[in-house]
Design a protein around this ligand. Structure first.
Ligand code: M6R
Length: 609
């Protein structure tokens, strides 16, 4: 986690750094800091708390300088505090570093450095980097950073500056994201694109082990053997507006309302003039597919929940057995992965450490690697054989919404594509499903029209509850899991999802008077069974909020409140069912006064294991 940014140019560095950090706060917001070369010294300001604490301080007491680095932190080693905040520096404050990642051998390095007389002020792993750079510094910052990184084990994106040179910024990445922004007479480093979008749309994506050496307005990228690398300039097509709130109170609400468009873009960009799916970005042929005898879908959090729907779709359409597993568990479970296995990694950010590690594990075992991701040029995208990009646009809110629905669309398309290549569905059925998918953006818009009802009637009715249960069967159970995660992470209401059929095997003991049960009953084939479960919990005092299709009005007899979604095929319902649950989480969090876009203890991108 953590976000880093660096600047060398003609502007006031603190302004560029604070602006950049404001776009990276989703990566962590326990503390923030900057170091700026003033010409005479490195001036360092860093504070526990949100970025506003730092920017208020800089406003009251500005730092002059056009070279600097900045950091927004998500604590791993050492509690959030002023002293543990980045940048960290060497003993005479002539070198400053910012770091995103984890140095696995920091204890060993720290002991060695302590024996050599280095004193540590913080509990962070990053401070060893500052002292190591000091140890190797003989008047050349690049050499010092280069030699220091040879000692490091773990994941890192590092930015470094020194007092002696007002025109030099050095950075390196290994397993943590880092990009270089290329401006006119100014250059940037950052953990993610939105941090530099205000200034430039031209970027280099750094590969693992690459260093960037910025001197005056020259940018040189070098590989781990110090060979100069000729990089391709990537032009970013997003604008600043799409990475900012655009009039909504929170990114989450904006992103919820971007779903009709995200669903549409993800779909229509891959339909050819005959209405067939054309997956240009997936090189997998019919022959490749014939070799595949099983699929693993691996992801974390919301992406994992999308994977559960993916499993359902691939098994139903393409008739290939699929296992969906959590990335932090997968590689420790000795899975049956070989060259006949397809492993699909799902990740909005494309940088989630566990998902990336699973990718590498599966690759080592010879599996074919496909990813579904939202970030072009992300580590997961670059290391995959095939990439299916979701067209959600930048997702900033920690709570994932539009990434999820676009991941669902991606899975339906992948499943249909596999199925038609394998001949497991007819051409008629294939086109029928594509036509139904094309209707989804409109249905998503319609489902979101329930906003006011959810806000006023439902969110207010659960705002003071400590616990809630989400029930579903079949596909609806996967959506129940996503609904429960969403409300937990932003409103801090404890919520659990259960397969409704499991109720009687233990869970029903928890049902007591007034407890909210969100009963998801959108599967026609399981509707009656869901209604029975609703009756069972209602008989024990639960306050039942049902989610059902418009046509199934009889649900009202068994629920206290009903949220309707437009009528849709069972298999595609997931795209709609999740929408009221997202809105419910959002408004429950608002009612409870929570910081929706920056929930406690979380970060948008989990780049540590
Ligand atoms: O970037 P990724 O999709 O790999 O992230 C995976 C999870 O960390 C993410 O979905 C997380 O669960 C969200 N906060 C959920 O809203």
């Amino acid at each position: 986690m953590c976000g880093i940014v660096g600047y060398l140019g003609n502007k006031k560095a603190t302004e560029v750094l604070v602006e950049g950090l404001s776009k990276l706060e989703y990566r962590g917001y326990d503390s923030a800091g900057v170091a700026v070369n003033t010409g005479d010294e490195l001036s360092i300001r860093k504070f526990k708390g949100r970025l506003a604490v730092l920017s208020d301080d800089l406003e009251k007491s500005p730092i002059q300088g056009t070279l600097g680095i900045g950091h927004t932190r998500w604590a791993t080693h050492g509690e959030p505090s002023d002293v543990n905040s980045h940048p960290h520096f060497n003993k005479d404050k002539s070198i400053a570093v910012v770091h995103n990642g984890i140095i696995e051998n920091y204890m060993e390095l720290k002991e060695e450095l302590q024996k050599e007389g280095y004193e540590f002020l913080s509990q962070t792993d990053t401070e060893v980097i500052a002292h190591l750079v000091d140890k190797y510094y003989e008047g050349n910052l690049f050499d010092a950073v280069y030699n220091a990184t040879k000692k490091l084990r773990g994941a890192y994106a590092i930015g470094a500056i020194c007092k002696d040179n007002n025109n030099e910024l050095v950075a390196v990445r290994k397993d943590s994201p880092l990009i270089v922004g290329l401006g006119e007479g100014e250059n940037f480093i950052a953990s993610d694109i939105p941090a530099i979008l205000k200034y430039t749309k031209n970027v280099y994506f750094l590969e693992n082990g690459e260093f960037v050496h910025i001197q005056n307005d020259t940018v040189t990228v070098l590989d781990e053997n110090r060979n100069v690398v000729k990089k391709e300039i990537n032009e970013i097509t997003w604008d600043v507006e799409s990475a900012s709130k655009g009039g909504y109170e929170h990114f989450m609400l904006k992103e919820i309302y971007e779903q009709p468009n995200g669903v549409k873009e993800t779909l229509v960009r891959r339909l050819d003039e005959n209405g067939d799916i054309k997956l240009d970005d997936i090189k997998m042929t019919k022959k490749d597919l014939e070799k595949i005898n099983k699929v693993y879908i691996i992801a974390c959090g919301t992406a994992y929940h999308a994977g559960l729907v993916g499993k359902y779709a691939i098994e139903k359409f393409a008739k290939i057995p699929v296992t969906c597993d959590i990335a932090s568990e997968f590689r420790y479970n000795d899975p049956f992965v070989d060259e006949n296995t397809l492993v699909i990694l799902v990740s909005q950010s494309g940088e989630t450490a566990d998902t990336l590690a699973s990718l590498r594990y599966a690759k080592d075992k010879g599996a074919r690697i496909m990813s579904v991701t939202n970030v072009v040029g992300s580590s997961i995208a670059r290391e995959s054989d095939d990439v299916f990009y979701t067209w959600a646009g930048p997702e900033v809110s920690v709570a994932s919404t539009k990434a999820y629905t676009t991941q669902l669309v991606s899975f339906y398309m992948i499943a249909l594509d596999f199925a038609i290549k394998k001949g497991s569905i007819t051409k008629e059925y294939y086109h029928e499903m594509i036509e139904k998918l094309k209707q989804m953006p409109e249905k998503v818009t319609k489902a979101l029209e329930q906003e006011n009802y959810i806000k006023e009637d439902i969110a207010k009715s659960i705002k003071d509850k400590d616990n809630a249960f989400y029930l579903g069967r079949g596909l609806d159970y996967s959506i129940a899991m996503e609904g429960a995660l969403k409300i937990k992470e932003i409103s801090y209401i404890h919520a659990e999802a259960f397969a409704a059929g499991e109720l009687k095997h233990g869970t029903i003991a928890l049902i007591e008077k007034g407890i909210p049960v969100i009963a998801i009953a959108t599967q026609d084939s399981l509707f009656e069974k869901m209604v029975s479960s609703m009756e069972e919990v209602r008989a024990r005092g639960a306050y039942v909020i049902a989610v059902a299709k418009e046509k199934n009005k009889e649900v009202e007899k068994s629920a206290d409140k009903v949220i309707y979604i437009p009528d849709v095929d069972d298999i595609l319902s997931s795209i709609l069912t999740v929408l009221p649950l997202q809105l419910l989480s959002y408004y429950a969090a608002i009612e409870r006064g929570c910081d929706v876009d920056k929930p406690r203890n979380l970060a948008k991108s989990v780049t540590v294991e």
